[in-house]
Design a protein around this ligand. Structure first.
Ligand SMILES: [Zn+2]
Ligand SMILES: [Zn+2]
Length: 249
């Protein structure tokens, strides 16, 4: 990242940003950006409702699919492993590229992630302050539904054609559950640092892995995985130690 990009938080030209994002970006400190975010919430918004909605639009179809799939054979087991590997790849590559670099047709991902999510958290200030701040981390239910009801079925089609209906149902369910686990682990990484989840083996490491991603010097370069750091490890983007940080306050 260039020095100029670091100094602007790596968010690029703010002239092209929609008015609501620009208000968040132009607030001079992290605390003030969070205050603008909260002021822009829709009337009646509640963080607990968002969590319940995202869980509902993912858990209901996943449980129904598993129920219809019945007992697992080898094909279903292979489909489940495939869903986990595809899920890890989708998270890594969508996070590393469109969420951190503006790309034609995918600008919304960049706006929501780099220009919004990263501007209200940084390493050392990764904690949400109340359950209502869950909207700084978790997608709205419509986006969650688009993933669970459109993207996951599309990704399931090749598995259905090759392995049949039972394996496809398992693939679909595991893919949707992987997405839900992504949301919940991401949320957990933005809870209190040093809390009980930090002491859970593996999970605690994953939470610290994502908090380090929020350092200004790391955000465009490393720790793009959330649940399985396979691609960070294979492609050399795993950052385990502190780096010098600079950027917006
Ligand atoms: Zn985050
Ligand atoms: Zn990021």
């Amino acid at each position: 990242m260039t020095r100029r990009a670091v100094e602007s938080g790596g968010v690029g030209d703010t002239d092209r940003v929609p008015a609501s994002y620009r208000e968040i970006l132009e607030a001079p400190t992290l605390a003030e950006r969070r205050a603008v975010w909260r002021r822009l919430r829709a009337p009646g918004y509640r963080g607990s409702t968002r969590i319940a909605q995202v869980m509902a639009v993912t858990l209901v179809p996943a449980v129904l699919a598993l129920w219809h799939a019945g007992p697992w054979g080898w094909k279903a087991l292979g489909a489940a492993v495939g869903a986990v590997l595809v899920g890890a790849s989708v998270v890594y590559f969508s996070h590393r590229f469109p969420m951190h670099h503006p790309m034609r047709g995918l600008g919304l991902l960049y706006d929501l992630h780099t220009r919004c999510h990263h501007m209200v958290f940084r390493e050392g200030q990764t904690e949400i302050e109340s359950i209502d701040d869950v909207d700084m981390v978790m997608m709205p239910w419509r986006e969650a539904a688009a993933i669970g009801w459109v993207l996951a079925p599309l990704l399931t089609v090749p598995w259905w054609l090759v392995l049949g209906t039972e394996a496809a149902l398992v693939y679909y369910a595991v893919a949707v559950l992987y997405y839900l686990a992504y949301e919940l682990v991401h949320l957990a990484s933005h809870l209190r640092v040093g809390g009980p989840l930090d002491r859970v083996p593996v999970l605690g490491w994953l939470l610290r892995h994502h908090r380090r991603h929020h350092a200004w010097a790391v955000m465009h370069h490393g720790n793009f995985s959330m649940l399985i750091p396979l691609w960070d490890w294979l492609l050399g983007t795993l950052v385990t130690g502190p780096r010098e940080t600079s950027g917006p306050r």
